[in-house]
Design a protein around this ligand. Sequence first.
Ligand code: AVI
Length: 325
Amino acid sequence: MQTGTLSKIQTRLAGGEAAEAFARDLLAGLSSTPRSISPKYFYDAPGSLLFDRICELPEYYPTRVELGLLSGHAREIARQVGPRAEIVEFGAGSLRKVRLLLDAMDRPVRYLPIDISGEHLGAAAQVLRRDYPGLHVQPLVADYTRHMLLPALGEDAGQRVGFFPGSTIGNFTPAEALHFLQMAAQVLRGGALLLGADLVKDPAVLHAAYNDTQGVTAAFNLNLLVRANRELGCNFDLAQFAHSAFYNAPLQRIEMHLVSRRRQQVRVCGRCFEFAEGETLHTENSYKFTLDGLQALARQAGFTPGPAWTDPQKLFSLHWLNAPT
Ligand code: AVI
């Protein structure tokens, strides 16, 4: 199909560049072998709510354990951060996490959350401004995986500290993770990065975390098709796709797929795609790290690793990474 036709369809159905990019990526992903799509498309409003529910699930340990690490080591972390520091958060993530950091810090001066969604950012900024009157909250609408232009560090400020919790780094390909860390090392020059990374562990624990008994992760995965139907006018039959998540041990990653339950055809932006029974659309990788592996990756990007904190069961890790000067 001509790009012009495609763009007209998108404008009519959902409007805006975002829908156009989704259509383009979905068409490309369905045309490739094996079929795949970026996990970034999980996070429309209903998808973000489903992710919030995942974080509360008994089987999904990362959020709980990372919050425990942040509060349990708050003093040590605050010592690393130092006085009058500025926090740059990549993604307007969970306010709960940055609050733990801000609460422990000595007179934080500025908080710069960077996110592609202005709506999400605005709401988060409002709440923080109310609760931290001395803090300058300056949200930036940008895609932090592509470019980052930050305002200069204030003259009276301490160091600039990046914050990238949640093991979101695990959703990047290894090349993207390195690229992100290289960019972060540049924008955080003279400062540091506090990074959350999920750890390699018993595959049964990982399997349970991505195959919860309430089916919330399945709904989160299938929401991608709901979104495609709503925004792009596709006709995915939700009953004919199944959630699949498994640990790929050689590649140290959980893979999420949507599996076609039978042979079927789907219409996407005026094109017809055939799925064989059992054929999958690969929707997400969630890489797991060893402490040494993560530190080696950080070194490759120019950071000098400092302390790393883990829980007694070694489920999750928090890393202090010093940026180059
Ligand atoms: C956001 N990200 C780190 C989550 C993860 O664990 O990879 C997304 C997720 N996918 C399924 N459950 C949670």
